[in-house]
Design a protein around this ligand. Structure first.
Ligand SMILES: [Zn+2]
Length: 251
């Protein structure tokens, strides 16, 4: 079965959007990032496990009921990823053994980047850390916005974090950037046990960036489109199946 390690369960979307996505793409497990718990439990997906990740817009929130994991987003919430700032959340996560999914992107690497995640992961060996977007959200923007140099640096940092630390994983959304795919595939032997496929579904590139940049490009990622990118660029199908099963290692 397929897995999708980066799905947003949004209050303004119908449960059927997710039910159909799960069915149409034969997905057996997802990480569903939510603000409102009631949105997640409305989704009826008997053959798919939804791991519920609470979006921590502030570090001191104490989600109730206890989620399956916590998500941090520095770009939107302005949260710096370092041990001091995250301490209340790290204590909470340690208490309940919750994995942390941390968004890293090339627009605010001063706030959040894979090496910052690695620094924390070294101190919290019992917690699992997922570096989202391979360490750099890199949609196919015009080159000056995509910041390719910094993107490559950040993806390398994410790969290094995974190879040095047992408790760090890479989540690969969004793979529309050929340069990013190449970095992932060039290093696939090092990270295939730690790679999680994700999509950011149902966001499109425009949803994420239109408030800051005006773009004509539109692109809505699904797990099948992410797979297709990797297979087109040479990923072995057997490996792909194994990579889908990596999500189980988080829980
Ligand atoms: Zn996301």
């Amino acid at each position: 079965m397929k897995s999708d390690a980066h799905v947003h369960i949004l209050t303004n979307k119908q449960p059927t959007l997710y039910e159909n996505y799960i069915l149409d793409h034969e997905i057996g497990s997802i990480i569903g990032i939510y603000d409102n718990y009631s949105d997640v439990i409305q989704i009826k997906s008997p053959n798919c496990t939804i791991y519920k990740f609470f979006w921590m817009h502030e570090v001191s929130l104490q989600p109730d009921p206890i989620p399956d994991g916590l998500k941090f987003e520095s770009w939107i919430d302005n949260i710096a990823i370092n041990e001091n700032i995250l301490l209340p959340a790290l204590i909470f996560a340690s208490k309940y053994g919750l994995p942390l999914l941390i968004h890293c992107n090339q627009l605010r690497p001063d706030l959040s980047r894979p090496s910052f995640v690695a620094d924390i992961a070294k101190q919290y060996k019992d917690l699992k850390f997922i570096i989202a977007h391979s360490g750099s959200y890199a949609p196919p923007l015009p080159e000056e916005l995509a910041g390719l140099k910094i993107m490559e640096k950040l993806v390398f940092e994410a790969i290094n974090a995974c190879t040095c630390l047992d408790n760090v994983f890479i989540e690969s959304s969004i793979l529309a950037s050929p340069r990013k795919r190449k970095l992932i595939l060039d290093n696939i032997d090092k990270i295939e046990d730690r790679l999680l496929l994700g999509t950011d579904f149902p966001f499109t590139v425009n949803d994420l960036v239109e408030s800051r940049f005006s773009l004509e490009h539109d692109y809505s990622p699904t797990i099948s489109s992410e797979e297709a990118f990797l297979v087109h660029d040479g990923l072995d199908l057997k490996k792909l199946e194994k990579i889908h099963s990596n999500l189980r290692k988080i829980f």
